[in-house]
Ligand binder design. Structure first.
Ligand SMILES: NC(=O)c1ccc[n+]([C@@H]2O[C@H](COP(=O)([O-])OP(=O)(O)OC[C@H]3O[C@@H](n4cnc5c(N)ncnc54)[C@H](OP(=O)(O)O)[C@@H]3O)[C@@H](O)[C@H]2O)c1
Length: 344
């Protein structure tokens, strides 16, 4: 019998926090103590888990005593401030924010791609950015088969990737426009309803956005290809849940669409939906609430002899955050890699 694992969710009242609770429940994770943490705004709230109501507490450096795993989704600043205190208290932190992803001491992990990196953790483990997580699940098996030479990715990212207030903004703005009423955007700089925005996160000196450079740098780190030529354009679209990506890949060796379909059909966490003549390809509405990374429209890139084009869709809250974090937690438990398991 598996020993119960004491869990703290930092950011429990957020969109990723809600999904973390749902995924822990669905997968029957052996939760012992469950501590739900958020800001002082939520200190009178309560949330339900497995039919029991739990109070939400204000997160402080003292919140982690007796906790084995912290699932952190309260943003970069909070992670930087509280993760070291959690590690000092004996917990492993699985962090959804950007705080530690490029730290060479911190494993950046999608278990289907590079679970081995978890064996070297020092207390903090980073989850990749949501659009990177679904991309590397597809790139890894194709790289193993034919060698990645160059990758071009354009993302179509849902508003839930920007948190619960962004979902509210899309809903309220859509309603306001339909009713001919005024609406002042609070989250996005431009109208998101009936529109799209070619900017996610802030612009950097090189003309790319921070989100685009996360895709580049995190993919290189997880695939262990530090020089991989990869470029990205990240676009916010008026979809509630589910990120989509158009991916163009040049390979070192020829790889036909048939071979790519066969490889991906047997790859972990991937489902191939690819019968365009019958209108079969993945869309975000179908991916929302589901676990796989879906891939379709696999076709030869007519501009390149060893090139393929693919369409990749996944639930950003699950594979891009909560499901990936819980899969990491399961791996740590299964391989005795929790801090207490390692040090005793
Ligand atoms: N959404 C995605 O698809 C996705 C995917 C990958 C990674 N992430 C990352 O996950 C994190 C959370 O994203 P989200 O979409 O869940 O955002 P969200 O819906 O806005 O939720 C933010 C959470 O952080 C808490 N929080 C804010 N300030 C805090 C403070 N001072 N102390 C403690 N808790 C605080 C909030 O608590 P209150 O309710 O009390 O304000 C809330 O629980 C971000 O770092 C994001 O980049 C998100």
């Amino acid at each position: 019998m598996i020993k119960p694992i004491n869990i703290a969710i930092l950011g429990a009242t957020g969109r990723v926090g809600a999904e973390l609770l749902a995924v822990l429940e669905e997968r029957n994770f052996p939760v012992g103590v469950l501590r739900l943490l958020a800001s002082s705004r939520s200190k009178d709230a309560s949330l339900s888990f497995n039919g029991t109501s739990y109070p939400v507490e204000e997160a402080t450096p003292e919140s982690f005593n007796g906790i084995d795993i912290v699932l952190a989704s309260a943003g970069e600043e909070i992670s930087k401030r509280l993760a070291p205190a959690a590690v000092a208290a004996g917990a492993c932190v699985i962090d959804n924010s950007n705080a530690f992803r490029m730290d060479p001491e911190v494993p950046l992990v999608v278990p289907e791609v590079n679970a081995k990196a978890l064996h070297n953790h020092k207390g903090i483990i980073a989850n990749p950015n949501c659009s990177t997580a679904q991309l590397v699940v597809i790139l890894k098996p194709l790289h193993d088969a034919a060698g990645l030479k160059r990758v071009i990715v354009t993302t179509y990212q849902s508003v839930s990737g920007a948190g619960k207030e962004a979902i509210d903004e899309l809903e309220h703005q859509t309603r306001a426009i339909m009713n001919n009423e005024d609406y002042t955007p609070l989250v996005f700089q431009h109208q998101i309803a009936f529109n799209l925005i070619p900017q996610i996160d802030k612009f950097l000196d090189n003309g790319y956005t921070k989100e685009e450079m996360k895709l580049v740098n995190e993919s290189r780190k997880m695939l262990d290809l530090p020089e991989l030529p990869i470029t990205a354009t990240a676009v916010r679209v008026p979809v509630v849940i589910g990120h989509s990506e158009s991916v163009t890949i040049d390979f070192e060796k020829p790889l036909s669409p048939v071979e790519a379909r066969q490889i991906l059909a047997t790859s972990p966490a991937v489902e191939v939906w690819d019968s365009p003549a019958e209108g079969i390809y993945p869309t975000p509405v179908e991916a929302a609430g589901a676990d796989p990374v879906y891939v379709g429209r696999i076709r030869h890139d007519t501009s390149s002899p060893n090139g393929l084009n693919l369409w990749v869709v996944a639930d950003n809250l699950r594979i891009g955050a909560a499901l990936n974090a819980v899969r990491i937690a399961e791996y740590l438990v299964e391989h005795n890699l929790l801090k207490q398991q390692v040090t005793t």
